[in-house]
Design a protein around this ligand. Structure first.
Ligand code: IPE
Ligand code: IPE
Ligand code: MG
Ligand code: MG
Ligand code: MG
Length: 290
């Protein structure tokens, strides 16, 4: 699994480096590079490739789309760490963007990464027809804006130090984290022009994977080691974040997350697909220490 992630990271970083090299130089290039490289685990792209392999999608196409997803993810982390959001000063083992470059630059580098994702999808040769490309851009916009990451982050901050129901916490986690995973899971079916029902099934599988991923992240915050995680842990409690752990307790949430995994794998099997690759990725997520 680690080898597969390293290969994906290498290919994505290579694509993004070449893409940036072709751009006109500006003062923001250096903070943009700081936000992208060496970067994180590339789990979203691994999921995109897991599902992509079920639909025989070309690897290079998946790497380009995965690179766009990574730009959005990197932007979301830069803004997530800002003093007005989670106020975190360590990210991926380095000082957070605003610590290194200042708040205004962190906001602007974040904005640049968000828009760069759509530029990548628009200008790259994805070997798919224009109509499908526009559809992917539309889906990625929806997953990133007020119906997705931005909306979920709004709820996350709004729910601090409040008693929030289980369903509301799940809705928030699916928006802030699940929607980008939904995009990754839907994309191969969209490229293959599958019907709405199939696309919707993969959208739901993605939402569940995102929920599982965010719960694993919340568990990591609860018990994890700052050094290994590359970001400060044990902060959610201090900030009064509404998480399933704060509501149901640590042990119950571990069990709950294993149930979600079981549900995801069953859904995929029911659709008639091989679940081996996804199973490996989900096991990695459940056991991760960073
Ligand atoms: C962290 O995401 C933020 C969440 C959505 C929980 P990752 O754990 O994927 O971060 P990197 O990319 O590996 O640093
Ligand atoms: C972040 O969730 C979700 C995003 C969409 C960025 P967290 O706030 O829990 O992520 P970390 O723990 O800071 O990486
Ligand atoms: Mg946050
Ligand atoms: Mg945070
Ligand atoms: Mg967290």
């Amino acid at each position: 699994m680690q080898n597969k992630l390293s290969r994906i990271a290498r290919d994505i970083n290579l694509f993004l480096k070449i893409f940036l090299k072709k751009q006109k130089k500006t003062e923001l290039i250096s903070p943009i590079q700081y936000g992208l490289f060496p970067g994180g685990k590339k789990i979203r792209c691994k999921i995109l490739i897991d599902i992509g392999s079920l639909f025989n999608i070309n690897y290079k196409t998946l790497i380009i789309i995965g690179s766009a997803v990574e730009c959005i993810h990197a932007y979301s982390l830069i803004h997530d760490d800002l003093p007005c959001m989670d106020n975190d000063n360590l990210r991926r083992g380095k000082p957070s963007m605003h610590v290194k470059f200042g708040e205004s630059t962190a906001i602007l580098a974040g904005n640049s990464l968000l828009t760069m994702a759509f530029e990548i999808l628009s200008v790259s040769n994805l070997k798919i027809n224009e109509k499908t490309k526009v559809n992917l851009i539309k889906k990625l916009s929806e997953c990133s804006g007020h119906l997705g990451i931005a909306g979920g982050q709004f709820l996350d901050l709004n729910y601090e130090r409040k008693k929030i129901s289980k369903n509301k916490i799940i809705e928030m986690e699916i928006k802030k984290t699940g929607k980008l995973f939904s995009f990754c899971c839907m994309t191969p079916a969209i490229i293959r022009n599958k019907n709405k029902k199939i696309i919707n099934s993969f959208k739901n599988i993605g939402a569940d994977i995102g929920l599982l991923f965010q719960i694993a992240d919340d568990l990591l915050d609860y018990t994890g080691d700052t050094e290994k995680a590359g970001k400060k842990t044990k902060k959610d409690k201090k900030k009064g974040k509404a998480t399933l752990i704060s509501l149901l307790g640590y042990k119950n949430v571990i069990k709950y997350n294993h149930k979600i995994k079981f549900k995801i794998i069953n859904k995929l099997k029911k659709l008639g697909f091989n679940s081996e690759n996804l199973n490996e990725t989900l096991d990695y997520i459940l056991k991760r220490s960073k």
